[in-house]
Design a protein around this ligand. Sequence first.
Ligand code: HEC
Ligand code: HEC
Length: 471
Amino acid sequence: MMRASRCERNISAITDPGGPPALSAVPSVSDRTDTALDGCYTRGSAARDAAACKEGKSVISYPCTLARRHRSSTGRVATLAVVMFTAATVVTGCGSTSREPAGAEPPAAAAPAPNETSPTLIAEGRTIFRTDTFGDEQLWTDTLRLNEVVEKSVDPATALKVGLKVDADALPQGILDRVDLKSPGTTVALLKMNAVVGLQATVDANNHITRLGVTCALCHSTVDNSIMPGIGHREDGWPNRDLNVGAIIALSPVLSSDKKAIYASWGPGKYDPRYNQDGKSTPLVLPPAYGLAQVTNETYTAEGPISYWNAYVAVTQMGGQGSFSDARLGIDITHSPDLVTSKLAALRAYQHSLAAPAPPSGSVDAAVAARGRAVFDRTCASCHVGGGGTDNNRGLLHTAAETGVDGAYAARTPTKAYRTTPLRGLWQHAPYFHDGSAATLGDVVSHYNRARALGLTAEQQRELVEYLKSL
Ligand code: HEC
Ligand code: HEC
């Protein structure tokens, strides 16, 4: 177990947009106290952190603009406020701090802290999540030229085969009976109706796709298959585990055969969000974007809060036109106009509004699950706090060895360790672990039984699986 310390580097451009209120409301550096805000450690802990850094302990680094979440007695996030750091102070490395020149722009400092539960903000975030490309057509159209490939050779049957989903609510009544699912022209028509989940296209009068871009929904939404497999109502936040992002990118005519081979090797439901940064390939399972309202840091390796990661993906992976910098990664991208930063607050509110889906009725035996819960409380809850929680909210991370998973992906990240995954909607999103190495919940439990030498009986393992299905 590792204490995530605050060896921040300068990642000042990335803030959680809900955070920074007017500068006057931010306490001066000397006013700040050593307060742990669900894993966001503030300045007073320097000695402890320096010691942790010297020991080579893994660190979580993010600007402590993290919003403090006040919870009501029901555990709901009620308000967001209170900022601990501004860009005025930049911590340059383990144990050493320095000041930025006076007058440096605190990112988004003037934005008032939005009310995350505002229906207007959430609706705005939903539109962004579903339809905003942040100008990423420059990558998918101008660079990868996927618009040409889609127009020429991707009929709907092929599109469904690579896991793309069709939003039934965007289709005129009865149209599926009249169209040819074997014609690329039908794909163009579907794009024109804005019915392909996660793709946004501009189609001209001659049915040519002139611009094509992707949205967050590409990887983090699916459909309920109510019309036919792959066609139904949108389910936002549900990872699209059928989607073969690598295969789609590999369709591009401009990639070298070496790169195509890497993309093609990922398989459905996986994506490597660092391949285009470090050239390594250890693809991750697409995670759910629901059930995160109580979670302090996102991603398998907990680099930072939700907006940190949203900005990273929008700018460095989707190819959006926005600003992102993180000295830990050696990335410093500025775009003007910035089509990302101002949308992060709404996007976050929408994601936080997405609850994990309840298990289908009748799918869990409550009595067995209750016995499983007792096993869980004894053997798992120290890290998976209360089932849906994570000890990362207390600032902890885990080496790969602690849970017996592969460490190669973590080694590529700033934190070098894994966050205890908040368990949510587990029934919905097999396979499990960052690399999908456990195909079923039964595999997860037998993995832990082996890796952590738990000595659970077959019956206890069965009970534990039943409990996991209920989360
Ligand atoms: C090409 C596929 C893809 C797209 C597009 C994409 N993501 Fe992701 N997303 C991923 C992958 C892969 C991860 C896992 C990264 C990790 O955890 O280290 C991830 C992680 C996340 C997480 C963290 C979940 C958790 O448990 O901590 C959130 C939240 C998220 N994405 C939201 C978004 C938003 C919002 C957008 C649009 C700005 C977006 N993603 C676009 C693939 C994608
Ligand atoms: C030492 C802390 C720790 C303990 C104890 C622990 N876990 Fe985990 N758990 C983790 C970490 C870290 C991950 C992320 C690993 C990865 O993704 O590779 C994880 C991931 C998981 C996942 C995958 C979730 C997903 O969405 O992919 C499941 C399921 C899970 N644990 C269940 C359990 C169960 C059941 C137990 C008890 C037998 C348990 N864990 C004990 C830390 C722990």
